[in-house]
Design a protein around this ligand. Structure first.
Ligand SMILES: [Mg+2]
Length: 236
């Protein structure tokens, strides 16, 4: 109970891993801007963010389960959203690129992201970003948002050959960092990928539920959450 009643006590960690989208960078705002502009360009009705989000989640989950490639989920998202299952892969990716251009232009770090990375680095911990996105895009995202600090290692699913919550994703990431699971922590906004999966891998998982967002129904009601990365404190 002590841990639950005092979630803000400084933590000891040898390795601190952060999720990227929804944790360090506001993915939802950028994706929403991307899809809104895409609809304008393609002459589609406005206000399709929720439909896009559901399609994204469904296909991205298939990628996480290794049922489809990373590029393949992009193709299928474009085909389904545009209602054009006949699109060739090439054509689907060409159209998807228009969404991505606006998505990229709208990348913004959360205000608490850089200070959180810096304080983890200052604590002497090994610091990584463990993301289910593609390595090239996620590295560019961190760079463009001022988060690719010296010492921060980018660990992306396309490079690890496994995505969260597959056990290999955490194990491979920790091996890259030269860190043990015990003594390592993952902080993220996805209950399954960042908390449950991390714990299954022997790490500590900390659940971030930013203001205005709902916690996952599968999370126990007494699970301590942080609403901001500013609540993190690392013991040296
Ligand atoms: Mg996330």
């Amino acid at each position: 109970m002590t841990g639950m009643s005092r979630p803000l006590a400084p933590h000891h960690a040898h390795a601190v891993l952060f999720d990227l989208d929804g944790t360090l960078v506001d993915h939802a705002a950028a994706a929403r801007a991307g899809v809104d502009q895409w609809c304008v360009e393609l002459g589609l009705p406005a206000g399709q963010w929720n439909r896009w989000r559901k399609i994204e989640r469904r296909w991205f989950t298939r990628f996480e389960r290794r049922q489809i490639s990373h590029l393949g989920q992009r193709v299928e998202r474009a085909r389904e959203f545009l209602g054009r299952p006949d699109l060739s892969e090439e054509e689907a990716l060409r159209l998807y690129e228009r969404y991505l251009a606006v998505y990229r232009a709208n990348w913004r770090a959360y205000d608490d992201a850089r200070p959180a990375l810096e304080s983890a680095l200052v604590s002497g911990a090994t610091v990584g970003v463990l993301t289910n996105g593609a390595l090239s895009m996620q590295t560019a995202k961190l760079e463009r948002t001022g988060l690719l600090l010296d010492g921060v290692v980018v660990l992306a699913a396309t490079d690890l050959a496994a995505a969260k919550p597959q056990p290999e994703a955490y194990a491979t990431a920790l091996a890259r960092l030269g860190a043990e699971a015990a003594g390592s922590v993952l902080i993220g906004d996805d209950w399954i990928n960042d908390v449950v999966g991390a714990r299954r891998a022997g790490m500590r998982g900390m659940y971030l539920v930013r203001e205005g967002l709902r916690r996952d129904r599968r999370a126990p009601v007494d699970e301590p959450v942080i609403a901001s990365l500013a609540e993190l404190e690392w013991a040296r």
